[in-house]
Design a protein around this ligand. Structure first.
Ligand code: AP5
Ligand code: MG
Ligand code: ZN
Length: 220
């Protein structure tokens, strides 16, 4: 199974991808997480990606594509994988198709989490992330049991630098301009499944699992 989680910033891609990855027992590959890791490194690449991410702009396609190709060729991806936050441009989507074709694979489904803009800002302004395991919380909708501490690993929770209001607006703008056109790209290829992401986390997860079951059975 190769599943892509698609949607605007804050739609719940990471939240849902992490759950589905546990259920399907395939790795979750989140380009945002990968590059947040690299941005902490004191290397040329680290400094470069940090600049783009803090401003809410996309990292250039050739850098992202290369990292993804390398990651999906690893052994743990043999049974399948989940992409969270990739592809994000038409060029990335074309690159991915080609890379999968070379590997004799193809995309199973693209899950589009549709969420309205007011909800996005609310979600991102109160998001907290674990600095150790990357678990995602929300101070109101999905709070940790103990304030500022990760339920899963005891790590410290922090607020992402790109979750400031002005950067959130920039990210939404970039999404509309560069990423939204992919909806048509995948719709035309019969891969797109739209999910109303404005509902409770559990309800959204249930609908995604139902879709994936149906696709697996070959009913669509
Ligand atoms: P990335 O980390 O991918 O950020 P994003 O796409 O902006 O999405 P987010 O991670 O902010 O949101 P999400 O949809 O995962 O939502 P989450 O589950 O956390 O990318 C960051 C940067 O990296 C980019 O700006 C770019 O610079 C670079 N980058 C990454 N990939 C790239 C690529 N392919 N090409 C170029 N550059 C790239 O949920 C959000 C909040 O809402 C949480 O607090 C959560 O608890 C809460 N929540 C989730 N679901 C619900 C629900 N149903 N109800 C209530 N609250 C909910
Ligand atoms: Mg995310
Ligand atoms: Zn943690």
């Amino acid at each position: 199974m190769i599943v892509i989680f698609f949607g605007p910033p804050g739609a719940g891609k990471g939240t849902q991808a992490s759950r589905i990855s546990e259920v399907l027992e395939v790795p979750q590959i989140a380009t945002g997480d990968i590059f947040r890791g690299k941005s902490k490194e004191n290397s040329q690449l680290g400094r470069k990606v940090k600049g783009f991410m803090e401003k809410g702009q996309l990292i250039p396609d050739e850098i992202v594509n290369e990292v993804v190709r390398e990651r999906i060729s690893k052994r743990d991806c043999k049974k399948g994988f989940i992409l969270d936050g990739y592809p994000r441009t038409i060029d990335q989507a074309i690159y991915l198709d080609k890379a999968l074709k070379d590997m004799g694979k193809e995309i199973t489904a693209v899950i589009y989490l549709e969420v309205n803009e007011d909800e996005i800002v609310k979600r991102l302004s109160y998001r907290r992330t674990c600095n150790k395991c990357g678990a995602i919380y929300h101070l109101i909708f999905n709070p940790p049991r103990v304030s500022k501490v990760c339920d899963r690993c005891g790590g410290k929770l922090y607020q992402r630098k790109d979750d400031r209001e002005e950067v959130i607006r920039e990210r939404i703008g970039v999404y509309k301009e560069k990423t939204e056109p992919l909806l048509r790209f995948y719709h035309e290829r019969g891969k797109l499944f739209k999910v109303n992401g404005n509902r409770e986390i559990d309800d959204v997860a249930k609908e995604i699992m139902d879709i994936l079951e149906t696709v697996k059975k070959g009913d669509v």
